[in-house]
Design a protein around this ligand. Structure first.
Ligand code: NAP
Ligand code: F7E
Length: 330
């Protein structure tokens, strides 16, 4: 039975990936940060097959121990400070966890090693935020980086150090440059889930307005379930390479609002949405659109869930979830 260690198991992607790996017959070890992590109990209730191991990306010795305990064939480094807006006010923490944390995880993998005939394979969660102020449209594996946030800067370091360890130590280490991916497990701080949750609550009469920042930014939004499949395929490939994972379509926040409100029968969302400068960022990423041709050609990966189906899936989930919560309080 193959063994995988996943950091960031309590996050959106960690949960999707754990589900996929379990389905593929893996023993799944999930790294859990903190002495009393508030999120892990819920995750273990939904995915009882996950074996929790303690570890923090700020602490190399804890990572070495986690790799020793899990003795993995594959490590997926998904743990990070991942919220771009938060990274501006917590720049040092972001650099430490999302940047140096990658170096620590690579060192832990290198120190523990794995059998010589079966070295540990390493996946790094790189991001389209590295492209930032984009130098070309669409963005590919060869597009230069110009990050626009402390998060983007930390991820550029994580990306290059993964490449450097691959080239220096002959490690099977690769990065997926994933564009935004969403779904019902997305954190409420991110714009898509903030919108679908508010739309559901407005429809149910539980909330009367939705306060947002920049509505004109464009994102290439896919479904998280499709994207974790690409992570796994990268580690099954015969050579370690970096891949862009994207849908090749871009949409504004306004278009997301159109579809989300239409899903509950509201055609004009303007009376419900207010803009507040407090949600604007010191520097914005205006346009992202990825070209995943390499992943299609070499991994056979293509996204399956369309943009309208993704919005519909999230609104439907949040309607059910919010209605169930409201009944509990009746
Ligand atoms: P997420 O939901 O925010 O999850 C982040 C995870 O990181 C959580 O499980 C969190 O654990 C963990 N974490 C935070 N600090 C840690 C630390 N010091 N040590 C160990 N773990 C720590 O993020 P996601 O959306 O699943 O994304 C997964 C990865 O892909 C991240 O690296 C993100 O930057 C990257 N990425 C995401 C997207 C996207 O659109 N979702 C796109 C490109 C790249 P606790 O909160 O339980 O402590
Ligand atoms: O913002 C705008 C905001 O926070 C998207 C992370 O997973 O994807 C994610 O980063 C856009 C931005 O995601 C609000 O200004 C407007 O232009 O949902 P987001 P993100 O910054 O794209 C990348 C690929 C990652 O790697 C990251 O880890 O929406 N926006 N109004 C807003 N955003 C938020 N959060 N809240 C608002 O009220």
């Amino acid at each position: 039975m193959p063994r995988a260690l996943v950091t960031g198991i309590t996050g959106q992607d960690g949960q999707h990936l754990a589900e996929l790996l379990h389905g593929e017959g893996y023993e799944v070890f999930g790294m859990v940060k903190g002495q009393n992590n508030p999120r892990i109990a819920g995750v273990l209730e939904e995915f009882p097959f996950i074996e929790p191991v303690s570890g923090d990306l700020a602490d190399l010795s804890s990572l070495v121990k986690a790799v020793e305990v899990a003795a993995p064939d594959e490590v997926y480094n998904l743990g990070a400070v991942s919220f771009v807006a938060y990274s501006f006010s917590h720049a040092e923490l972001t650099a430490d966890i999302s940047g140096l944390g990658v170096l620590r995880m690579l060192d832990a993998v290198r120190m523990v090693g794995g059998a010589t005939n079966n070295p540990i394979r390493f996946y790094q969660a790189s991001t389209s935020e590295m492209f930032g102020e984009v130098r070309e449209v669409p963005q590919t594996e060869l597009t230069p980086y110009h990050p626009r946030s402390p998060y983007g800067c930390a991820k550029v370091f994580g990306h290059y150090i993964t490449m450097n360890y691959r080239e220096s130590y002959d490690m099977f280490a690769c990065s997926g440059i994933l564009f935004n991916h969403e779904g019902p497990r997305r954190g409420l701080e991110f714009v898509t889930r903030k919108i679908t949750n508010a739309v559901a609550r407005i429809k149910l009469g539980l909330q009367d307005e939705l306060v947002l920042g920049n509505l004109d930014a464009k994102r290439d939004w896919g479904y998280a379930g499709d994207y974790v499949r690409a992570m796994w395929l990268m580690l099954q490939h015969d050579t370690p390479e970096d891949f862009v994972i994207a849908t090749g379509e871009t949409h504004t926040i306004r278009e997301f609002l159109d579809l989300a409100f239409a899903e509950v029968g509201i055609d004009d969302w303007s009376p419900f949405v207010r803009q507040d400068p407090k949600f604007l960022r010191p520097a914005e990423v205006d346009l992202l659109i990825g070209d995943a041709s390499k992943a299609k050609e070499k991994l056979g990966w293509v996204p399956e869930v369309s943009f309208p189906d993704l919005v519909s899936m999230m609104v439907t989930h949040d309607l059910e979830h919010e209605a169930a919560k409201a009944h509990l309080h009746d």
